[in-house]
Design a protein around this ligand. Structure first.
Ligand code: ZN
Ligand code: ZN
Ligand code: ZN
Length: 94
């Protein structure tokens, strides 16, 4: 997401310039429920979505890490089904 003044996160419906963080709502990955990983710094505010350190990222922040594989959530395959992920890995040649 681009950080635009006045942007309202669709998850928490807060202005990302003002909000300390997003909702700490469990996310489901591969049939298991995980707690979202909060932003850990080193910056005081996330360069991607502006949350304060220790708070949960807003929707689709490029700095959010997947609580299942600890890779960037945007690039990981955990939100896909196992069959979809296997297909992507096959296309990647992995
Ligand atoms: Zn963020
Ligand atoms: Zn939010
Ligand atoms: Zn993952």
């Amino acid at each position: 997401m681009g950080r635009v003044p006045g942007y309202i996160c669709p998850v928490c419906e807060r202005d990302v310039e003002q909000a300390a963080g997003c909702l700490d709502e469990p996310i489901e990955l591969r049939g298991q429920t995980y707690r979202p990983l909060p932003f850990q710094g080193p910056e005081e505010r996330c360069p991607g979505c502006n949350v304060l350190r220790g708070n949960v990222h807003h929707l689709d922040c490029e700095r959010e890490l997947c609580p299942r594989c600890k890779e960037p959530l945007n690039g990981c395959l955990c939100r896909m089904s196992e069959a979809e992920a296997a297909e992507v890995e096959r296309l990647r040649g992995g």
